[in-house]
Design a protein around this ligand. Structure first.
Ligand code: GLY
Length: 356
């Protein structure tokens, strides 16, 4: 069975293709040749991912006669900062990278966000291609052009919208992903089902466990990328419906921040956030009764946390510093039903009434 899939992200002159195929890593040299005759290519990766895949990616690029360099950053969210970005800029300058060259980000969300941010700013912008290696980056962060670094005051505080020239997704790479990070990605994949694709949500309800997730990875990644495609095409700059992708994130980000981004992964916090906000929206009569329980059962099947012991005050404190708030309005994302997320605007001063 040919399970290879392609999705076209239609953003006029910023359009690109997402390709999903097992074994795609080995074909990237040929694929890039068809996009443009670049001269030099710089691969940005981290120590963990580099160990597994850097040699294989370098080989396919050299086979097509590209001049290949690499920059390896320390693994983990702590690298997503301006200091690390500056080190990368200096290496790019050392390799005499010009606007006619290309950056490839090989890794998870940290590498993609940092590498994309560097690509968007070095020489005022050079082309980049995403090769995401974690489930979270394959279904979310590599698509849609959000690139950023963190500041001590918060995550993704400095960044831009800068679309890649292509996204190459090889589901085989998920086999080396530690189980906790597979589940981390599942938090966001389940979110995609919840906000826009009931069948995708039901697919997860019927899936037996991790091995079936890996077996059906193309179908799952494709489903999530299609949800993201529609959101990004309709609202590239995140001023309207794209915010629905933030379902579970208002409370989730607050929990992440309260634990200093250390105790929980992003997907784990989103998992808690989706359950908590749905309990609230059920109480308000905005979501059918029983939805929160149905979500909880599914998330727990993949060992994801669904409640927090943080106090209401701590949660509120974290929410009020979130950059996604606009002035005195907060956009809460709620479910009208499974497969149908929507924006529910409230006044910041009323937040306390909702977060119980
Ligand atoms: N990760 C949410 C977005 O791309 O808008």
């Amino acid at each position: 069975m040919n399970r290879e899939k392609e999705i076209f992200i239609d953003l006029k002159e910023r359009s690109y293709k997402i390709e999903i195929k097992r074994g795609l890593l080995e074909e990237i040299g040929k694929k890039i040749k068809k996009i443009k005759e670049y001269n030099k290519i710089v691969i940005i990766t981290d120590e963990n991912v580099g160990k597994f895949y850097l040699d294989r990616l370098t080989k396919t690029l050299r086979e097509e006669n590209f001049l290949v360099y690499d920059i390896i950053i320390p693994a983990g969210e702590k690298s997503k900062n301006l200091y690390e970005a500056e080190k990368v800029y200096n290496d790019l300058a050392l390799y005499k990278i010009t606007r006619g060259d290309l950056i490839i980000t090989l890794g998870g969300g940290v590498v993609g966000d940092l590498g994309g941010f560097v690509a968007s700013t070095f020489l005022r912008g050079i082309d980049f291609i995403q090769v995401p290696t974690s489930l979270l980056s394959q279904i979310d962060s590599s698509i849609g052009g959000k690139v950023a670094v963190d500041l001590p005051s918060g995550k993704n505080m400095v960044g831009s919208f800068y679309q890649p020239k292509g996204v190459f997704i090889d589901p085989e790479l998920l086999k080396t992903l530690p189980t906790r990070y597979l589940h981390d990605g599942l938090g966001e994949t389940i979110k995609c089902g919840l906000i826009r694709d009931k069948k995708l949500f039901e697919l997860f309800e019927n899936i037996k466990g991790d091995s079936e997730v890996l077996e059906r990875a193309e179908e799952i990644i494709f489903g999530c990328c299609m949800v993201k495609k529609v959101m990004v095409e309709n609202d590239e700059f995140d001023r309207g419906d794209r915010m629905i992708l933030n379902f579970g994130h208002t409370i989730g980000h607050s929990i992440e921040k309260n634990y200093n981004y250390e105790t929980y992964t992003h997907g784990e916090c989103v998992s808690i956030g989706m359950c908590e906000i749905t309990k609230i929206s059920e109480k308000l009569g905005l979501t059918p009764k029983g939805t929160a329980d149905r979500i909880k059962i599914l998330l727990e099947k993949f060992s994801l946390p669904t409640t927090t012991t943080l106090s209401k005050e701590k949660i509120l404190e974290g929410i009020s510093s979130d950059k996604k708030n606009f002035g005195n309005k907060i956009n809460l994302i709620i479910l009208k039903d499974i497969g149908n997320g929507e924006i529910f605007k409230i006044d910041s001063k009323d937040l306390e009434k909702y977060i119980v």
